[in-house]
Design a binder for this molecule. Sequence first.
Ligand code: PXP
Length: 250
Amino acid sequence: MISKIKLGVNIDHVATIRNARGGMHPDPVKAALIAQNTGADNITAHLREDRRHISDIDIKKLMQKLRIPLNLEMAPTKEMLNIALNLNLKRICLVPEKRKEITTEGGLDVKKNKKKLGIFLKKLFKKNIQVSLFINPNVNQINAAKDLKVSAIELNTGLFCEKNENRTLEYEKLKSAALFAKNNNLECHAGHGITYKTVSLISKIHEISELNIGHFIIGESIFLGLKESIFRMRKLINNSRKKIILDKLA
Ligand code: PXP
């Protein structure tokens, strides 16, 4: 059965603008509540080691105020593990993190770091925290994620969304990785770099059940307002999914 795609709105860059002046405005929690009221299925935020956007206080406020799930992205470090365990989080997406990167660059190397991740995950599973692993669309990484018994993976759509001559190949990689994940009983999410131009093709991959989108939605909200920016993304996703369902029926 082809299901509706959930939309996770990443609010990191509301905090980026706030932090540029060191004050309280604009408030990422207010943005999260608007997203919730506009039909977002979850809110995503990345607590970075350097706290360049979202802060610890933002996370606490989000947990108090949201009705929809908070999907917290974090690197698999000791500090983040303690935060996850102490805050009683329900959902986490583990991502690689380099201090000097502008944004998350590529997926986790789950295969190479399997042992270390296994120890990390054991502690999260004990607290019933659902974990997804942000990975590149690669069968070996999906197999390693499956061995670690996570419930979901998030496919990195960054290389497909960037303008480059290998886009067709990158799209094929996403399609076959999503199918492989589904056949291995892993929930398949996707995200990174998604725009109004790229979201329809990604939504056509019917094994993908959730998209996490931030930078473009927040950027576009400067021109359209946050509600309209989210609404247009939602509409493109829904139209693309509806079309697959109709194609299947035809
Ligand atoms: N998913 C993951 C795992 C990410 O690290 C990010 C960026 O924080 C996103 C989705 C959202 O990417 P973007 O801001 O490019 O939409």
